[in-house]
Design a binder for this molecule. Structure first.
Ligand code: NAD
Length: 273
């Protein structure tokens, strides 16, 4: 099996592997290291699992210690218990990742005139500054080996706005910009950078929102999903974390070396409308 093994060479032409080789189920990331932020839950945990299944050694980064350790143990990776809101702690993360999945994120819902400024700043630190700091420290390693993959877990809210989500929408749009700049700078060094842009994903966070709204409006959970959350989506179902993780993995496969600076909408047709 052809794979994306490290060349070990610090210079020379970027060589991509044979894209004709089928990769489904293959351990094409054997020998690679993937750093995944927010890997203790939801989409990040799914990414950690599918990247490990594809052969990568995974750095499980999260502020939630017990959950991060349990994921790391399950997949044979290493846990890094770090609060990404603390820039000094972010700068202690390993610099030798071949793949970076910028995934950790949080939400706060309030109209702009009532939005707490410290909450706004926190969201930018975790969702924009931390990805920037992680990239500035890992890119030299990727450049030296002439191969690297950056996957930024953005959102449909990196492409579209929703009311009451000013900090989140601003942060996701900023992440889109960072991803495109990384794509331009990384191209001569064999490094690609892309975003994936899910609509509503079935994670504990969203399940909780569904239950709360169902109680508040006195309607069944299915109706909240269909009429409130998925109003703008053509596909009337939530996307599963594993589907997002598989898209992230595909962006790191031998078939996608020419795909960079892109944003892949996994939004059930939301942005098509
Ligand atoms: P989640 O809440 O299930 O998981 C997020 C993880 O990030 C948690 O383990 C949490 O501990 C970690 N985290 C948060 N703040 C952190 C910090 N300061 N330091 C370290 N770790 C921190 O969320 P999820 O739904 O899996 O979301 C993951 C990403 O996907 C986020 O960037 C989110 O914006 C994006 N996204 C989610 C959805 C959705 O519907 N769930 C849709 C589109 C995009």
């Amino acid at each position: 099996m052809e794979s994306t093994q490290k060349s070990g060479s610090g210079s020379g032409r970027v060589t991509e592997p044979d894209a004709t080789v089928p990769v489904a189920g293959a351990r094409f990331l054997e020998g690679r290291t993937a750093l995944v932020t927010g890997a203790a839950s939801g989409i990040g945990r799914s990414c950690a699992r599918v990247f490990a299944a594809a052969g990568a050694t995974v750095y499980v980064v999260d502020r939630t210690g017990e959950a991060a350790k349990s994921v790391a143990e399950e997949i044979g990776g290493s846990a890094y218990v770090v609060d990404l809101a603390d820039p000094d702690r972010v700068d202690t993360l390993p610099v030798d990742a071949d793949i970076v999945i910028n995934n950790a994120g949080l939400q706060h819902i309030a109209p702009i005139h009532e939005f707490p400024p410290e909450r706004f700043a926190l969201i930018q630190r975790v969702m924009v500054e931390a990805p920037f700091r992680i990239l500035r420290r890992t890119l030299p390693h990727m450049y030296a080996q002439r191969w690297g993959r950056i996957v930024n877990i953005s959102s449909v809210h990196g492409l579209r706005a929703s009311a009451y989500k000013s900090a989140y929408v601003a942060a996701k749009h900023a992440l889109e910009g960072l991803s495109k700049v990384a794509a331009l700078e990384g191209a001569p060094h064999g490094v690609t950078s892309n975003c994936v842009n899910p609509g509503y994903v079935r994670t504990p966070l969203v399940e909780q929102q569904i239950a709360t709204q169902a109680r508040a409006h006195g309607v069944p959970p299915d109706e909240v999903i269909e009429k409130v959350m998925l109003e703008r989506s053509a596909l009337k179902r939530l996307i599963e974390p594993a589907e997002v993780a598989q898209a992230a993995l595909w962006l790191c496969s031998p078939h996608t070396g020419y795909l960079t600076g892109a944003s892949l909408p996994l939004d059930g047709g939301w942005t098509a409308g």
